[in-house]
Design a protein around this ligand. Structure first.
Ligand code: UDP
Ligand code: MG
Length: 307
Protein backbone atom coordinates (compact mmCIF):
# COMPACT_ATOMS: atom_id res chain seq x y z
CA UNK A 1 0.00 0.00 0.00
CA UNK A 2 1.37 3.39 -0.81
CA UNK A 3 0.83 6.40 1.33
CA UNK A 4 2.10 9.96 1.49
CA UNK A 5 4.00 11.60 4.30
CA UNK A 6 4.07 15.32 5.12
CA UNK A 7 6.76 16.79 7.33
CA UNK A 8 5.94 20.19 8.83
CA UNK A 9 8.86 22.35 10.00
CA UNK A 10 8.15 25.68 11.72
CA UNK A 11 11.12 28.01 11.26
CA UNK A 12 11.86 31.29 12.95
CA UNK A 13 15.27 32.80 12.23
CA UNK A 14 16.85 29.45 11.45
CA UNK A 15 18.92 30.43 8.39
CA UNK A 16 21.86 28.22 9.38
CA UNK A 17 19.70 25.17 10.05
CA UNK A 18 17.62 24.99 6.87
CA UNK A 19 20.34 23.32 4.79
CA UNK A 20 21.17 20.65 7.37
CA UNK A 21 17.57 19.80 8.30
CA UNK A 22 16.78 19.48 4.59
CA UNK A 23 19.62 17.08 3.88
CA UNK A 24 18.89 14.99 7.01
CA UNK A 25 15.21 14.76 6.11
CA UNK A 26 15.76 13.79 2.47
CA UNK A 27 18.21 11.12 3.60
CA UNK A 28 15.72 9.62 6.05
CA UNK A 29 12.74 9.92 3.71
CA UNK A 30 14.48 8.53 0.61
CA UNK A 31 12.89 5.14 1.10
CA UNK A 32 9.37 6.55 1.07
CA UNK A 33 7.64 6.94 -2.27
CA UNK A 34 5.65 10.07 -1.65
CA UNK A 35 6.49 12.84 0.72
CA UNK A 36 6.46 16.61 1.03
CA UNK A 37 8.56 18.86 3.23
CA UNK A 38 6.40 21.77 4.35
CA UNK A 39 8.47 24.62 5.73
CA UNK A 40 6.58 27.33 7.59
CA UNK A 41 8.49 30.58 7.83
CA UNK A 42 7.17 32.32 10.92
CA UNK A 43 8.06 35.87 9.90
CA UNK A 44 11.82 35.40 10.17
CA UNK A 45 13.92 38.53 9.97
CA UNK A 46 17.03 36.73 8.66
CA UNK A 47 17.60 34.77 5.44
CA UNK A 48 15.46 31.78 6.46
CA UNK A 49 12.80 32.38 3.82
CA UNK A 50 15.33 33.01 1.03
CA UNK A 51 17.10 29.76 1.89
CA UNK A 52 13.82 27.86 1.78
CA UNK A 53 12.79 29.43 -1.52
CA UNK A 54 16.06 28.60 -3.23
CA UNK A 55 15.88 25.01 -1.97
CA UNK A 56 12.31 24.79 -3.27
CA UNK A 57 13.58 25.71 -6.74
CA UNK A 58 15.75 22.60 -6.76
CA UNK A 59 13.32 20.14 -5.19
CA UNK A 60 9.63 19.97 -6.07
CA UNK A 61 8.92 18.13 -2.86
CA UNK A 62 9.55 21.28 -0.89
CA UNK A 63 6.49 23.32 -0.12
CA UNK A 64 6.57 26.46 1.91
CA UNK A 65 4.27 28.94 3.59
CA UNK A 66 5.51 32.34 4.68
CA UNK A 67 3.44 33.93 7.43
CA UNK A 68 2.90 37.68 7.26
CA UNK A 69 4.72 38.21 10.59
CA UNK A 70 5.90 36.25 13.61
CA UNK A 71 2.85 34.46 14.99
CA UNK A 72 4.66 32.12 17.36
CA UNK A 73 5.69 28.48 17.27
CA UNK A 74 2.24 27.03 17.97
CA UNK A 75 0.49 29.04 15.27
CA UNK A 76 3.26 28.29 12.76
CA UNK A 77 2.74 24.62 13.47
CA UNK A 78 -1.00 25.00 13.07
CA UNK A 79 -0.51 26.74 9.72
CA UNK A 80 1.62 23.79 8.60
CA UNK A 81 -0.91 21.21 9.78
CA UNK A 82 -3.74 23.06 8.07
CA UNK A 83 -1.90 22.97 4.73
CA UNK A 84 -0.21 19.57 4.84
CA UNK A 85 -1.58 17.05 2.36
CA UNK A 86 -0.11 13.75 3.57
CA UNK A 87 -1.92 10.68 4.85
CA UNK A 88 0.18 11.18 7.94
CA UNK A 89 1.76 14.43 9.07
CA UNK A 90 4.94 14.67 11.13
CA UNK A 91 5.97 17.90 12.84
CA UNK A 92 9.47 18.66 14.04
CA UNK A 93 11.72 21.58 14.96
CA UNK A 94 14.11 23.12 12.46
CA UNK A 95 17.08 23.14 14.84
CA UNK A 96 17.69 19.36 14.64
CA UNK A 97 16.83 18.89 18.30
CA UNK A 98 14.21 16.45 17.10
CA UNK A 99 16.18 13.69 15.38
CA UNK A 100 14.82 12.96 11.86
CA UNK A 101 16.22 9.44 12.30
CA UNK A 102 13.23 8.71 14.53
CA UNK A 103 10.79 9.23 11.64
CA UNK A 104 10.75 5.61 10.40
CA UNK A 105 9.83 4.48 13.91
CA UNK A 106 6.96 6.98 14.04
CA UNK A 107 5.69 5.79 10.68
CA UNK A 108 5.96 2.17 11.77
CA UNK A 109 3.77 2.86 14.81
CA UNK A 110 1.28 4.63 12.56
CA UNK A 111 1.15 1.63 10.28
CA UNK A 112 0.44 -0.54 13.30
CA UNK A 113 -2.77 1.48 13.64
CA UNK A 114 -2.00 4.38 15.96
CA UNK A 115 -3.56 7.74 15.04
CA UNK A 116 -1.21 9.85 17.13
CA UNK A 117 2.41 8.99 17.80
CA UNK A 118 3.82 11.39 20.40
CA UNK A 119 7.46 11.64 21.36
CA UNK A 120 8.79 12.02 24.88
CA UNK A 121 12.21 13.59 25.13
CA UNK A 122 14.76 12.66 27.71
CA UNK A 123 16.29 15.52 29.64
CA UNK A 124 18.97 17.50 27.87
CA UNK A 125 22.06 17.43 30.09
CA UNK A 126 23.23 20.87 29.01
CA UNK A 127 19.87 22.52 29.60
CA UNK A 128 20.26 25.52 31.91
CA UNK A 129 19.13 24.75 35.46
CA UNK A 130 16.57 27.54 35.36
CA UNK A 131 14.93 26.13 32.23
CA UNK A 132 14.92 22.63 33.67
CA UNK A 133 13.27 23.79 36.91
CA UNK A 134 10.72 26.05 35.23
CA UNK A 135 9.77 23.40 32.72
CA UNK A 136 9.24 20.82 35.48
CA UNK A 137 7.25 23.31 37.53
CA UNK A 138 5.17 24.12 34.48
CA UNK A 139 4.10 20.55 33.82
CA UNK A 140 3.53 19.85 37.52
CA UNK A 141 1.16 22.79 37.83
CA UNK A 142 -0.60 22.23 34.53
CA UNK A 143 -1.33 18.62 35.46
CA UNK A 144 -2.45 19.59 38.94
CA UNK A 145 -4.64 22.40 37.71
CA UNK A 146 -6.28 20.95 34.64
CA UNK A 147 -8.04 17.80 33.64
CA UNK A 148 -5.68 16.71 30.85
CA UNK A 149 -2.53 14.80 31.68
CA UNK A 150 0.54 16.11 29.87
CA UNK A 151 3.79 14.20 30.05
CA UNK A 152 6.66 16.42 31.15
CA UNK A 153 8.84 15.49 28.19
CA UNK A 154 6.18 15.82 25.53
CA UNK A 155 7.70 17.52 22.50
CA UNK A 156 6.10 19.15 19.48
CA UNK A 157 7.60 16.29 17.50
CA UNK A 158 4.82 13.89 16.60
CA UNK A 159 2.99 12.05 13.90
CA UNK A 160 -0.70 12.65 13.28
CA UNK A 161 -3.00 10.61 11.11
CA UNK A 162 -4.98 12.44 8.42
CA UNK A 163 -8.22 12.16 10.41
CA UNK A 164 -6.58 13.82 13.45
CA UNK A 165 -5.17 16.61 11.27
CA UNK A 166 -8.65 17.15 9.84
CA UNK A 167 -10.13 17.21 13.35
CA UNK A 168 -7.60 19.86 14.35
CA UNK A 169 -8.86 22.12 11.59
CA UNK A 170 -11.92 22.79 13.74
CA UNK A 171 -9.76 24.27 16.48
CA UNK A 172 -9.25 27.92 15.86
CA UNK A 173 -8.29 29.09 19.32
CA UNK A 174 -5.88 31.98 19.48
CA UNK A 175 -4.23 30.56 22.58
CA UNK A 176 -3.24 27.34 20.99
CA UNK A 177 -1.28 24.86 23.08
CA UNK A 178 -0.93 21.68 21.04
CA UNK A 179 0.87 19.72 23.74
CA UNK A 180 -2.28 20.07 25.85
CA UNK A 181 -4.77 19.79 23.03
CA UNK A 182 -3.44 16.59 21.46
CA UNK A 183 -3.95 14.37 24.56
CA UNK A 184 -7.39 15.94 24.96
CA UNK A 185 -8.39 14.85 21.42
CA UNK A 186 -8.45 11.18 22.24
CA UNK A 187 -8.02 8.77 19.28
CA UNK A 188 -5.54 5.96 19.45
CA UNK A 189 -2.35 7.45 20.90
CA UNK A 190 1.06 6.12 21.70
CA UNK A 191 4.50 7.56 22.41
CA UNK A 192 8.14 6.81 21.67
CA UNK A 193 11.16 8.11 23.56
CA UNK A 194 14.10 10.01 22.16
CA UNK A 195 17.18 11.80 23.39
CA UNK A 196 17.21 15.42 22.21
CA UNK A 197 20.31 16.71 20.48
CA UNK A 198 21.90 20.07 21.12
CA UNK A 199 20.52 22.95 19.10
CA UNK A 200 22.34 22.83 15.76
CA UNK A 201 22.80 26.54 15.25
CA UNK A 202 21.33 29.79 16.52
CA UNK A 203 19.72 30.25 19.91
CA UNK A 204 16.48 29.21 21.58
CA UNK A 205 13.44 31.36 20.95
CA UNK A 206 11.94 30.51 24.32
CA UNK A 207 13.42 32.90 26.81
CA UNK A 208 12.22 32.97 30.42
CA UNK A 209 9.46 35.55 29.92
CA UNK A 210 8.17 33.65 26.91
CA UNK A 211 8.11 30.39 28.85
CA UNK A 212 6.26 32.07 31.69
CA UNK A 213 3.68 33.31 29.21
CA UNK A 214 3.36 29.86 27.64
CA UNK A 215 2.91 28.44 31.15
CA UNK A 216 0.19 30.88 32.13
CA UNK A 217 -1.52 30.41 28.78
CA UNK A 218 -1.30 26.64 29.10
CA UNK A 219 -2.90 26.59 32.54
CA UNK A 220 -5.58 29.16 31.84
CA UNK A 221 -6.50 27.56 28.52
CA UNK A 222 -7.17 24.19 30.04
CA UNK A 223 -8.51 24.89 33.46
CA UNK A 224 -10.69 27.25 35.41
CA UNK A 225 -9.48 25.94 38.74
CA UNK A 226 -7.45 29.11 39.43
CA UNK A 227 -10.77 30.96 39.58
CA UNK A 228 -11.89 28.73 42.44
CA UNK A 229 -8.66 29.58 44.19
CA UNK A 230 -10.01 33.02 45.02
CA UNK A 231 -13.09 31.57 46.72
CA UNK A 232 -10.90 29.19 48.68
CA UNK A 233 -8.30 31.71 49.78
CA UNK A 234 -11.00 34.32 50.42
CA UNK A 235 -12.91 32.05 52.79
CA UNK A 236 -9.73 31.05 54.62
CA UNK A 237 -8.93 34.69 55.23
CA UNK A 238 -12.51 35.43 56.24
CA UNK A 239 -12.39 32.62 58.80
CA UNK A 240 -9.15 33.89 60.30
CA UNK A 241 -10.51 37.45 60.32
CA UNK A 242 -13.65 36.27 62.13
CA UNK A 243 -11.62 34.59 64.87
CA UNK A 244 -9.47 37.66 65.18
CA UNK A 245 -12.67 39.75 65.47
CA UNK A 246 -13.86 37.60 68.39
CA UNK A 247 -10.49 38.12 70.03
CA UNK A 248 -10.72 41.89 69.52
CA UNK A 249 -14.18 41.97 71.10
CA UNK A 250 -12.87 39.99 74.05
CA UNK A 251 -9.94 42.43 74.50
CA UNK A 252 -12.34 45.38 74.33
CA UNK A 253 -14.76 44.23 76.97
CA UNK A 254 -12.72 42.13 79.36
CA UNK A 255 -9.28 43.72 79.54
CA UNK A 256 -7.83 47.12 80.25
CA UNK A 257 -5.45 47.30 77.28
CA UNK A 258 -7.18 49.59 74.77
CA UNK A 259 -6.54 49.61 71.00
CA UNK A 260 -2.80 49.61 70.40
CA UNK A 261 -3.71 47.77 67.15
CA UNK A 262 -2.35 49.97 64.41
CA UNK A 263 0.19 47.34 63.33
CA UNK A 264 -2.26 44.50 63.00
CA UNK A 265 -4.77 46.62 61.09
CA UNK A 266 -2.17 47.85 58.63
CA UNK A 267 -0.78 44.36 58.16
CA UNK A 268 -4.15 42.77 57.50
CA UNK A 269 -5.28 45.52 55.14
CA UNK A 270 -2.12 45.17 53.09
CA UNK A 271 -2.32 41.38 53.09
CA UNK A 272 -5.93 41.27 51.99
CA UNK A 273 -5.24 43.97 49.40
CA UNK A 274 -2.44 41.85 47.97
CA UNK A 275 -4.58 38.74 47.77
CA UNK A 276 -7.32 40.72 46.06
CA UNK A 277 -4.91 42.03 43.46
CA UNK A 278 -3.68 38.51 42.68
CA UNK A 279 -7.22 37.26 42.27
CA UNK A 280 -8.16 40.24 40.13
CA UNK A 281 -5.16 39.40 37.97
CA UNK A 282 -6.31 35.81 37.52
CA UNK A 283 -9.80 36.92 36.60
CA UNK A 284 -8.24 39.51 34.29
CA UNK A 285 -6.32 36.83 32.38
CA UNK A 286 -9.50 34.90 31.70
CA UNK A 287 -11.42 38.00 30.78
CA UNK A 288 -8.63 39.06 28.41
CA UNK A 289 -8.77 35.66 26.74
CA UNK A 290 -12.51 35.90 26.29
CA UNK A 291 -12.00 39.31 24.75
CA UNK A 292 -9.38 38.12 22.26
CA UNK A 293 -11.14 34.86 21.35
CA UNK A 294 -14.38 36.71 20.93
CA UNK A 295 -12.97 38.70 18.04
CA UNK A 296 -12.52 35.44 16.11
CA UNK A 297 -9.50 36.72 14.28
CA UNK A 298 -7.60 34.28 12.09
CA UNK A 299 -4.72 32.55 13.87
CA UNK A 300 -2.20 33.46 11.19
CA UNK A 301 -1.97 35.24 7.87
CA UNK A 302 -0.12 33.95 4.83
CA UNK A 303 2.05 36.29 2.81
CA UNK A 304 3.33 33.81 0.26
CA UNK A 305 3.30 30.12 -0.58
CA UNK A 306 4.38 27.91 -3.45
CA UNK A 307 1.49 25.48 -3.83
N1 UDP B 1 9.69 28.80 16.22
C1 UDP B 1 8.72 29.43 15.43
N2 UDP B 1 8.21 30.64 15.82
C2 UDP B 1 8.59 31.25 16.98
C3 UDP B 1 9.55 30.59 17.80
C4 UDP B 1 10.07 29.37 17.40
O1 UDP B 1 8.34 28.91 14.39
O2 UDP B 1 8.10 32.33 17.26
C5 UDP B 1 10.25 27.50 15.80
C6 UDP B 1 11.77 27.44 15.82
O3 UDP B 1 12.32 27.89 14.59
C7 UDP B 1 12.03 25.97 16.05
C8 UDP B 1 10.85 25.55 16.92
O4 UDP B 1 9.84 26.53 16.73
O5 UDP B 1 11.98 25.21 14.85
C9 UDP B 1 11.22 25.45 18.39
O6 UDP B 1 11.83 26.64 18.84
P1 UDP B 1 13.15 26.63 19.74
O7 UDP B 1 14.13 25.63 19.22
O8 UDP B 1 13.62 28.03 19.83
O9 UDP B 1 12.57 26.16 21.15
P2 UDP B 1 13.29 25.18 22.22
O10 UDP B 1 13.75 23.96 21.46
O11 UDP B 1 14.43 25.95 22.76
O12 UDP B 1 12.21 24.90 23.21
MG1 MG C 1 14.95 23.93 19.87
Amino acid sequence: MSFSVSVVIPCYNEQDNIGSIYSKLTEVLASYEQYELLFVDDGSSDLTLQKIISLAETDIRIHYIALSRNFGHQQALKAGLDHASGDCVISLDADLQHPPSLIPELIEKWQQGYDVVNTIRGELKSLPLLKRITSRLFYKSINRLSSVEINAGMADFRLLDRKVVDALKHFNENYLFLRGLIPWLGFNQTAVNFQPAERNSGSTKYRFSRMLKLGLDGVTSFSNKPLYLSIFIGSMIAAVAFLYGLYAVYIHFFTESALPGWTSITASVLFIGGIQLIMLGIIGIYLGKLFIENKRRPNYLIRRKNF
